[in-house]
Design a protein around this ligand. Sequence first.
Ligand code: SAH
Ligand code: SF4
Ligand code: F3S
Length: 460
Amino acid sequence: MNGKTVHIKSFGCQMNKLDTALVNSALTEAGFSLTERVKEADVVLINTCSVREHAEQRVISHLGHLQHIKESRPDIVVGVIGCMAQRLGPKLLEHEAVDIVCGPAQIHQITKLITKTLQQKKETIAVTEKIRQRTDENLPLEDFESTYGIGCGQIQAQAYVRVMRGCDNFCTYCVVPYVRGPEVSRPPEAIIDQIRKLADSGVKQVTLLGQRVNAYKHTSGDKTYCLADLLRMASDIEGLEWIKFVTSYPSEEFFEEILQAMADLPKVCNYLHIPAQSGSDKILRAMNRHYTAARYLEMLDKARAIVPDIAIAGDFIVGFPGETQTDFEATVDLIKKSRYKNCFIFKYSPRPDTTADKRLADDVPLETKKSRNTELLAVQEKISDELSAEFLDKEVKVLVEGLSKKPHLDSAKSDGNPQLIGRTETDYIVVFNGPKSLTGQFSKVKIAKTSPLTLFARLM
Ligand code: SAH
Ligand code: SF4
Ligand code: F3S
């Protein structure tokens, strides 16, 4: 025990959640203790996201809050990690609250940086260089990941496992390739070894992570491994029950192999998150997405032919530069035809230094972005509602995640048990009453009521 306490606040995607978990493990091992309360912390870390301006604004306002706390507790050490740390680099040190800036590729240094700052107060540090180097620089990172990616002792039913770092796709709107660096697939042995250790420690579900997880490709010796190979190897791991993977990019490479693995392997969940972003071929081209709406729909048809009960989710951006009413209508049409389980819809947010920001004017008015967003959500909500309704009176298996954070009024009337939240194989959220001890277990429930995004059930 070094006696110091750390609080970590995490923004952004699953990649960031995973990094937060890795940092938690590393710091715990170094003798720090974790706290949920900023007020009790000696060190506050913010794991940041740059994907939209709004995400960055939330971080800035959080830093303002910390600045305020620092006025009465000047000894507190504040570190900014994650994508915004990478994007803004040492410039972030100009913010009075910030002592440490550490990008995602340097995250293995975090314990050292914190220890150094705690020892020599007033000295600030930024390490964010070397983001676009490919392999050599990854060795310490790989080491960090294999060491701390196996949980930190407490029993958890689900774990994220990164299979790839970075992204090479350079969709013109997207900051991720700039802040997460080049695409690198981790060695299959390291991934499988990590999953085996997780399963040994009680993990029942792993979610494999990559920005284009279906592009996973690693050559060792004379064999090239793709995601389908990883799924097959992971399926053989005893104790592990469910395997999910996100996010898929609509590309034909490996597509059938992966879907076939899903169909063949009972442990691989029948769930695909495959964002289309737009239904207009003109906009897709301007986004540097390498498919047309028609090809995309063919892929969904193929997926449903290979895995008939597959649940598909998507993402869309509305108000990309040059998006006309006609382009938007093509998106509405695509969303109707895709029959997604659910969809995330975002208003285009220009990101500094991306190709879209440099070359294209953000010319769709905010009001139009808002109304298109609302309209798409309504179209999707109707579809989600119809698909959810098919679950009524059905029995489903759920992996129980724990207590429901925001209790739902709609759930079955209280029977003395708390309200639990779980997920089905196809990633539906299910709320039901049951003993807290079910956390981390599989349960059979019967669906009593449905809504677009949540199923309400009774324990069997
Ligand atoms: N690698 C994943 C996710 C990337 S970020 C993928 O390729 O699908 C998650 C989502 O944020 C994207 O799917 C996209 O819909 C949205 N997004 C990314 N950049 C954005 C921007 N500049 N403005 C609005 N939405 C954006
Ligand atoms: Fe961004 Fe495109 Fe890479 Fe996804 S595939 S992370 S949207 S550049
Ligand atoms: Fe994820 Fe946001 Fe970074 S979406 S990869 S945390 S920019």
